[in-house]
Design a protein around this ligand. Structure first.
Ligand SMILES: Cc1cc2nc3c(=O)[nH]c(=O)nc-3n(C[C@H](O)[C@H](O)[C@H](O)COP(=O)(O)OP(=O)(O)OC[C@H]3O[C@@H](n4cnc5c(N)ncnc54)[C@H](O)[C@@H]3O)c2cc1C
Length: 398
C-alpha cells in the first residue's frame, strides 16, 4: 500500500493558507528537488555551502523573501516566507537558514535602519543571489550576553576604526558583507553599541573558518578579525548607539525563519521514519507494527503540528503588524526542542542506518543541537517567555 504524503501546511485549515501560498510552496519544492537534493550529502561531507544553488534560487525571484519590491525583493508576506523556508528546511537547515535569513536576521536591519544607499547597494544584489550577507554579533566572551561585546569602534575623521574579533559567525568565509556590531562607548553599555556594514576585502578585516564541527556543516562558520580596520561614515547603519536595538530587532524577526526551518526538519524526520518503519521487517513483521515505534511516530506528528501552529501564528501576527516577541520566542524554543527530540527518535527508529551518512535524521540531529544554542539559546528563550508570562516584560503589540 502506498504511503499518503505527509500533510503540507495548505491542507491545515487552522493555518488559513491561500492558493498563492500553496503555489509558492510547490514551486520551492520543485526547485529544491531539482537543485538542492542532489548536492546536499556532498556538501555536508565537504563542509561546503552550495553557493551555486543559492545563485540559482536567486533566478526564481523568491530569494529576497519579505524584502519589498522597491528594494529589489519579491515582497512576500511572512506566511509565504514560512512556507518557503519550511520546504527548504526539509532538506537543509543551513540552506533554509540562509534563504530565510535574507529578509530577517541578515537583511531586516538594513531595510529598517539603513540608508537608501545601503539598501540599494546591498539588498538588491542580495535578493538576486549575487551577494551574500552575514550577521556578526557573537564574540568569544559574549554570546547570550551580547551587550558585553569588546570589539571597539573609535570615531575618527571621516569614519570609524574597528578593533577586535567576532566568533562563530555563519558564512564567515563565503559572505560578501557583514553586519557587524561594535562598542563605541563602554560607559553607555548597550546604548554605546553601533552597527556597521563591512565588506570583504576591507583593509584590516580578515576571516577564518572552523572545521569538523558537530553540526551546521554547510554553514562556513568562523571568526572575523578587525585590526585597525577603517570604515567610512557611510558604513554606519542607523544612528551611532542604535546597534543593540538593530541586533535585537534582527534576531527577534529571525526567529520566524528559525521556527519555519525547524518545522521543515521535523517533517523530514517524520517522513523518513514513516517510510522506514513500514519497510523494515524484524521478527517477521514491519517495525511499524511495534507499539514502541508507533509512540515515537505519534509524538513526531504532534510535534509537527504544534511547531507549525506556533510558527505560522507568529508569521500571521507579524503580517498583522504586531511585534510578537513572546510568540517568536515560543515558536523558536518549541521547534528547536521538538526537532532535537524528533531527530533523536528518528535516528533510533532506523537503528544503525540512522547513524550512517545517508540518514536525513542524522543530519537533522546534528543541526537541531546547534539550533538549541543559536539565535537565543533555549535558556534565553525560557527566560524571555517567563518574563512575558509574569508581566516583568510587556509584550509590544505593534
Ligand atoms: C554553528 C553556530 C553558528 C552560529 N552563527 C552565528 C552567527 O551567524 N552570528 C552570531 O552573531 N552568532 C552566531 N553563533 C553564536 C551563537 O549565537 C551563540 O553561541 C549563542 O548566542 C550562545 O552564546 P555562547 O555560545 O557564548 O554561550 P553563553 O552565552 O556563554 O551561554 C552558556 C550557557 O549558559 C546558558 N544561559 C544563557 N543565559 C542564561 C540564563 N539567563 N539562564 C540560564 N542559562 C543561561 C546558555 O543557554 C548556555 O547554555 C553561532 C553559534 C554556532 C554554534
Amino acid at each position: 500500500m502506498d504511503l499518503e504524503p505527509l500533510p503540507s501546511p495548505e491542507h491545515d485549515p487552522m493555518l488559513g493558507l491561500t492558493e498563492a501560498h500553496h503555489e509558492l510552496r510547490e514551486r520551492v519544492d520543485r526547485f529544491a528537488t531539482e537543485h538542492l537534493d542532489p548536492v546536499i550529502a556532498e556538501c555536508e561531507a565537504e563542509e561546503r555551502f552550495p553557493r551555486e544553488v543559492l545563485q540559482k534560487f536567486g533566478e526564481t525571484g523568491l530569494l529576497g523573501g519579505t524584502i519589498p519590491s522597491e528594494q529589489g525583493g519579491p515582497g512576500l508576506d511572512n506566511i509565504s516566507l514560512c512556507a518557503m523556508v519550511e520546504e527548504l528546511g526539509r532538506r537543509s537547515q543551513v540552506f533554509a537558514g540562509m534563504v530565510g535569513g535574507m529578509s530577517t536576521v541578515f537583511g531586516a536591519g538594513l531595510l529598517r535602519y539603513g540608508s537608501d544607499d545601503q539598501r540599494s547597494r546591498y539588498l538588491q544584489r542580495f535578493a538576486r543571489g549575487e551577494s551574500m550577507g552575514a550577521f556578526a554579533l557573537t564574540e568569544a566572551r559574549s554570546g547570550s550576553d551580547a551587550a558585553g561585546m569588546e570589539t571597539a569602534a573609535r570615531k575618527v575623521d571621516g569614519g570609524w576604526v574597528i578593533d577586535g574579533a567576532k566568533a562563530w559567525i555563519d558564512f564567515s568565509t563565503v559572505a560578501d558583507w557583514f553586519l557587524v556590531f561594535a562598542q563605541s562607548d563602554p560607559s553607555q553599555g548597550r546604548h554605546g553599541i553601533c552597527a556597521f556594514v563591512v565588506e570583504r576585502g576591507t583593509e584590516g578585516f580578515s576571516t577564518s573558518e572552523y572545521r569538523n564541527k558537530l553540526g551546521w556543516r554547510l554553514g562556513s562558520v568562523g571568526g572575523l578579525e578587525f585590526d585597525q580596520c577603517f570604515l567610512p561614515d557611510t558604513a554606519l547603519v542607523g544612528e551611532a548607539g542604535k546597534g543593540y536595538e538593530i541586533a535585537m530587532y534582527s534576531v527577534g524577526y529571525g526567529r520566524l525563519q528559525v521556527g519555519a526551518r525547524l518545522t521543515g526538519g521535523i517533517r523530514a524526520c517524520l517522513d523518513e521514519s514513516r517510510e522506514y518503519a513500514r519497510s523494515r521487517r524484524i521478527f517477521d513483521k514491519p517495525i511499524a507494527e511495534l507499539q514502541l515505534i508507533q509512540t515515537k511516530i505519534v509524538d513526531m506528528g504532534i510535534a509537527l503540528d504544534t511547531g507549525r501552529y506556533l510558527t505560522y501564528r507568529f508569521a500571521r501576527m507579524l503580517d498583522e503588524g504586531h511585534i510578537a516577541r513572546r510568540e517568536g520566542s515560543m515558536a523558536k524554543l518549541y521547534t528547536a526542542e521538538a526537532l532535537m527530540q524528533v531527530a533523536h527518535d528518528a535516528v533510533q527508529i532506523q537503528g544503525a542506518r540512522g547513524i550512517g551518512e545517508d540518514s536525513v535524521a542524522g543530519r537533522m540531529f546534528r543541526d537541531a543541537k546547534v539550533s538549541e544554542i543559536v539565535e537565543g539559546s533555549n535558556e534565553v528563550q525560557r527566560t524571555l517567555i517567563a518574563e512575558y508570562e509574569l508581566g516583568i516584560r510587556r509584550p509590544k503589540r505593534r
